[in-house]
Write a protein that binds this ligand. Structure first.
Ligand SMILES: *[C@@H]1O[C@H](CO)[C@@H](O)[C@H](O)[C@H]1NC(C)=O
Ligand SMILES: *[C@@H]1O[C@H](CO)[C@@H](O)[C@H](O)[C@H]1NC(C)=O
Length: 260
């Protein structure tokens, strides 16, 4: 084996490694390419990208959104959920339009990472019934929430408590449904009843009823058991009495029952 052969045999794996490194480097910029179904316009006034993905039949939020997105339109799609930290990488996001989608609820960290920069958040015309109580607390954005079927209960009252200072949001959270039927159609902020105390009371009642049920069951079993035993004892006694034996004095029967 010549020295050249040795060098070649060593360098082929090196070449392959180098090639894959170059390929990886080429692939990386594609992470900031425009997602399928979206148009990305660089706007010098925005100092970033204007990304429009409206009317694109999207079922979820595109995962490869460019990091320098400033405006993001996702309206008129079928997005059903906003995963935790969905926009975490978009450090310059100012406007997010999620209107006309199928979002049902929002978790605590749905908008975390963009709370500092976001100025407008449009969530109107979705299927939102409730939000985590901290979903909006850190946001300073103008939040648009009308036309959602809010379910007015404890968690929602806590959730909107976080945006009580933002009167526009609060006044637009209209109860679509509630255990208290007379709340329907009213803004949740206008509900004076503390729905959390109400919920706690309901749970307490349920607990009490359940405990009472168990207690009643135990008592009736004990009564049944005692009755059954008495019956058995009596039958046994009668059997003993009926046995052919020498005539006995009345107090002997008592002795037998004591033994039994
Ligand atoms: C962003 O782009 C959309 C179309 O792609 C356009 O209608 C809209 O005016 C743009 N917004 C800004 C602020 O440039
Ligand atoms: C979000 O998009 C909808 C539908 O295009 C539009 O009507 C609405 O004005 C937009 N919201 C904001 C805050 O621009």
């Amino acid at each position: 084996m010549t020295l050249l052969d040795l060098w070649l045999s060593r360098s082929i794996p090196m070449c392959l490694l180098l090639q894959s490194l170059v390929l990886m480097a080429l692939c990386f910029p594609s992470a900031s390419m425009c997602p399928k179904g979206c148009s990305c316009l660089r706007d010098p006034h925005l100092h970033g990208l204007n990304v429009t993905c409206s009317h694109s039949s999207l079922k979820e939020i595109p995962s490869n959104l460019p990091g320098d997105t400033v405006l993001l339109r996702l309206d008129h799609n079928q997005i059903g959920a906003v995963p935790e930290k969905a926009f975490h990488e978009l450090k310059r996001l100012r406007e997010l339009n999620l209107s006309y989608n199928a979002v049902e609820t929002l978790g605590e960290d749905a908008f975390s990472g963009i709370d500092g920069t976001l100025q407008v958040l449009d969530l109107s015309h979705n299927y939102i019934t409730n939000v985590h109580k901290n979903a909006f607390t850190k946001l300073r954005a103008r939040i648009i929430v009308h036309d959602n079927p809010w379910h007015c209960e404890c968690a929602l009252q806590q959730g909107t408590g976080g945006v009580a200072h933002n009167h526009e949001v609060a006044s637009r959270v209209i109860c679509g449904s509630s255990e208290l039927f007379d709340l329907e159609g009213r803004p949740v902020m206008a509900v004076d009843t503390d729905l959390c105390i109400l919920a706690k009371r309901t749970t307490d009642y349920a607990m009490l009823v359940t405990m009472f049920g168990w207690f009643a069951m135990v008592i009736s079993y004990v009564v049944y058991y005692v009755r059954q035993n008495q019956e058995d004892a009596r039958r046994h006694l009668e059997y003993l009495k009926s046995l052919p034996s020498k005539p006995k004095k009345p107090d002997e029967a008592d002795d037998i029952s004591t033994v039994v």
